[in-house]
Design a protein around this ligand. Structure first.
Ligand SMILES: [Zn+2]
Length: 225
């Protein structure tokens, strides 16, 4: 069983994460989706079409581990609780990507998907983020996968990610956006932000003639930290 306090804390955390993603311009309007795996294996996720700047804890939906909506009340127990009623929403079609990550990665407790502009520019140009330039990226994010296009909202997207799921935490999705995994919601959020920060720096360096790699052996040494 999942305690009320665990679920309510996760609801608050997801709302804060979405507000932060929107405030930092890492998604626009209803874009993106965030989920957390609760201790009983069920998921708490942003509903389809929700404005991430105006999300409230009661808007989030509980899902079975398979991604189907877990209705909070049975038909025999109608509720007048507006928060419970609101929580019977529709899951984002992109929840398939989250479910695949949770199924294949027992260590993952949260998934953040957004459309950060600089990192998505790399994904859209088919350019990988170099893994031998920025220590922050090497230490805190690890290698960033460049995933071929898969149509959003279909199994093509999680299918395209699957070859990298065992070994990567962050995924540039071609012609689409970025997905980040973490043991906690904060870790997934921080990885996505670090990926975007690195992409911005690398774009700036490209304008100035190109990023210089770290000294020989340094990237390998950082990966061992
Ligand atoms: Zn998306």
């Amino acid at each position: 069983m999942t305690g009320v306090s665990e679920e309510s804390a996760a609801r608050e955390a997801i709302v804060r994460a979405c507000a932060r993603l929107h405030a930092r311009g890492l998604l626009a309007g209803t874009e993106g989706n965030v989920s957390v795996r609760l201790s009983d294996g069920t998921l708490l996720a942003t509903p389809a079409g929700a404005d991430k700047a105006a999300l409230e804890p009661g808007d989030l939906i509980r899902l079975h581990a398979t991604g189907t909506v877990r209705h909070p009340v049975t038909p025999a127990e109608p509720t007048s609780n507006i928060e419970e009623a609101a929580s019977v929403g529709r899951a984002s079609s992109e929840i398939r990507m989250h479910v695949r990550a949770y199924q294949l990665r027992p260590d993952v407790g949260a998934v953040v998907h957004a459309h950060p502009p600089a990192a998505t520019a790399f994904a859209t140009a088919g350019r990988a983020l170099p893994s031998d330039v920025l220590p922050e990226l090497i230490v805190n994010v690890g290698p960033v996968a460049l995933v071929p296009y898969g149509r959003p909202g279909t199994d093509a997207l999680p299918d395209a990610m699957t070859p990298w799921l065992a070994t990567h935490h962050v995924f540039l999705l071609a012609n689409h956006g970025v997905t980040s995994l973490g043991a906690t919601l904060n870790q997934a959020l921080h990885r996505l932000e670090s990926c975007e920060q690195a992409a911005r720096i690398l774009l700036g360096a490209a304008l100035l003639g190109g990023a210089q790699p770290l000294p020989p052996g340094e990237a390998e040494a950082l990966r061992l930290l």
